[in-house]
Design a protein around this ligand. Sequence first.
Ligand code: AMP
Length: 549
Amino acid sequence: MEEENEESSMQFHEMELDDRILKAIAKLGWQSPTLIQEKAIPLLLEGKDVLVRARTGSGKTAAFSIPVIQKIIQVKQTAKHQEVKALLLAPSKELCQQITSVIKDLTANCSRDVKCIDIAPNVDLKTQKPLLVEKPDIVVSTPARALLHLKAGNLNLKESLDLMVIDEADLIFSFGYEKEIKEIMDFLPKIYQAILASATLSPDVKSLKSLVLNNPVILKLEEPDLAPSSQLSHYLLMAEELDKATIIYSLLKLHLIRGKTIIFVNTVDKCYKLKLYLEQFGIRTCVLNSELPATIRCHSVHQFNQGVYDIIVASDEKSLEQPGLPVTKRKLSKTKRRKDKESGVSRGIDFQCVSNVINFDFPLDVDSYVHRAGRTARGKNQGSVLSFVNLLEKEYLDKVDEHLQKIHSESSVFKTYQFKLDEVEAFKYRAQDAWKAVTRIAVREARLKEIKTEIFNCSKLKTYFNDNPNDLTVLRHDKALHTVRLQQHLTDVPEYIIPPTLKNLAGITTRKNKRTYPVKGDLSSAKHQMKKSNPLLSMQFDGIKKKKK
Ligand code: AMP
């Protein structure tokens, strides 16, 4: 068995990939391979079985998808028949959907030659059968769905399969798919190339390894659990609760934060408090917390990724991953997951192109900070974390700081975010009123209202959306909840309250005949600019520092 751990710096164009794949990669804006891609792609192209351990966000989906596509393109140059060449298994429907979407992006220029279908959705087998009759080159599925089709004779791999990938392999076992995987093996040919990707190398993964891999190369990439500080900036702002409220309102309303943003708080109540607070200023947000059904959460993330909305307010990251379980039991309990084992997971679910993570509440432990921060700066993208810290939270900050110093081997990575509160005095008055207006009763009502609406969306309309999937796009999760009285004047930003130095910044230009600054148009222009600008700079409130007298 080989172990591979050496450094190299191969670029995509040096990997002998088909031009159409290279063009698709360029279109995705990926300038160079991530570490895992650099290591895994050449090995997989050589035909080796590989076990990859890599953290979520490391680019592992493309690390196995690119060689799968390349191999199919090559084989098809001489193939006489259309056949299913690759089977990609993942533990949840959402992950299958995500993998399929990466493959669709990568095959955008060769979609006639490389066809991929996702059979994970829970529709009638008969409905999916015609798709399989066409023998797509790549089939993506959960183990259970693949097995059903194999048993029904809709999918025949014995003579045709060249490649099998199992993604999030550690979850395959914890979701109780062991039996299915073993049964699937009986339907596979004797020889095929296999790839296992996993965030951990647990004993379960090791047993899966001996079941499906043959003399594999093991890629144990010693990646730090967070991107380096050159890619991921950590900002810090000392502020008490009401000041936090003023700052977030000013930052969002003045477009000092650009790009997609996740704001984290520590409780579900706070999620709604912040949503209702921002709602008063006409700032729409989508709430994500462990109370909402998993399918709704995944749909919200999907829409966020598609750019339907830019701001998510989320309660603690861990409770989002495995809802409803106390932290200590999350890893152990399998019964809860079995209820709907194909949709209860959000590990590996990718919040795409998140530029900023804001800790409105500072996380209560180092792990949570790492989880939250890991939602940005994924792949090779830049990202920023801005943490608001009050006096009580300082002790948690110190622990995180200590941890980051250790993993980055440098002195504190936290930079102070420049924000002069006295420059936004007028914002402060509005903020105080709006913050106080969100009473406990309003929060409770909002929670109930949201959960009722979402459960209605989820169950009553399920059949409808199954039949009319396109209509799902109009189902929004960032609607105003209106449990706080709306004061129209708060949604505008009158010119006189904008700090003078900021008036010249993008999106806040002075307009003749207009004294207020509606958000909608400006947000999109900010978003447009974001594509060009570096999110690292987008959070800096330098304008005020450079104020001329
Ligand atoms: P994954 O670990 O596969 O979930 O990928 C995490 C994120 O990284 C996804 O949003 C990808 O679009 C992005 N990504 C993957 N490869 C690259 C790359 N070479 N350069 C930049 N971003 C990438």
